[in-house]
Design a binder for this molecule. Structure first.
Ligand code: ATP
Ligand code: MG
Length: 221
């Protein structure tokens, strides 16, 4: 009953003329509310593709993404946009911070788009991730790791039910990485379901469940 997400036979084929590339080949798994799930796989194995399909940022060739009991792949664009804003949080492989806005404003941005100003919560999130001193700085003038932490704070501003994180620790040192994995595990305990993809095997130790993604298939690690 508390299965928030049910992925069924998800397949993605990139059709590049004569050579079709099957990146995901019948991927199926479930996620419960409050679960921290890690997918580990090498570069090019389809990790970003998998998250982008679930995030409704790309279209699947076939299969279903059942979120809170509904196949969300079938929703109309406007409903998809509403779902993304209201229920999902994203940490992209590349931070995606807006260079014209300071760090605090970037974290607050999804709240503003949703129609609520949450500067106070944005400030608290910055503090949680140890970057409150950078609130007034512009993204081009902070480090890669600091940008990643700002991007994580931004993903949490609207209190998502599902957090999708694509290699969120790629620019972090070992200690910071471990801190983020621990933060994610703790966040999941508050009821947020987290899907994180990475090539860092070390992440597996912090997850409730871990899958290997290889050859288009997802299998328990
Ligand atoms: N728009 C596209 N058109 C065609 N092929 C694509 C497209 N996007 C991705 N691919 C291919 O699909 C495969 C999976 O890509 P994806 O970005 O999902 O890998 P990844 O596991 O996230 O890799 P990385 O760890 O390097 O980020 C790769 O072979 C890639 O070249
Ligand atoms: Mg990727």
């Amino acid at each position: 009953m508390d299965k928030i997400l049910h992925i069924k036979n998800l397949t993605k084929i990139y059709d590049e003329g004569k050579a079709a590339l099957k990146v995901l080949d019948g991927v199926s798994f479930d996620a419960r509310k409050g679960e921290f799930i890690v997918f580990v796989g090498p570069s090019g194995s389809g990790k970003s593709t998998l998250l982008n399909l679930i995030a409704l940022l790309d279209t699947a060739t076939s299969g279903e993404v059942i979120f809170e009991g509904k196949n969300i792949l079938k929703l109309k664009e406007a409903q998809k946009a509403k779902l993304r804003l209201g229920k999902f949080g994203f940490v992209f492989q590349f931070d995606g911070l807006l260079p014209e806005f300071n760090v605090l404003e970037n974290v607050n941005m999804p709240a503003l788009i949703k129609g609520k100003n949450k500067l106070k919560r944005a400030g608290e999130l910055l503090k949680n991730f140890g970057i409150d001193a950078l609130a007034a700085k512009m993204p081009p003038s902070i480090s890669g790791g600091e940008k990643q932490r700002a991007a994580i704070a931004r993903a949490l501003i609207n209190e998502p039910a599902l957090l999708l994180a694509d290699e969120p620790t790629g620019n972090l040192d070992a200690a910071r990485k471990e801190q983020i994995f621990k933060d994610f595990a703790a966040l999941a305990k508050t009821g947020i379901t987290i899907l994180m993809v990475t090539h860092d095997m070390h992440a597996a130790g912090f997850a409730d469940k871990c899958y290997k993604i290889e050859g288009g298939k997802v299998q328990p690690l």
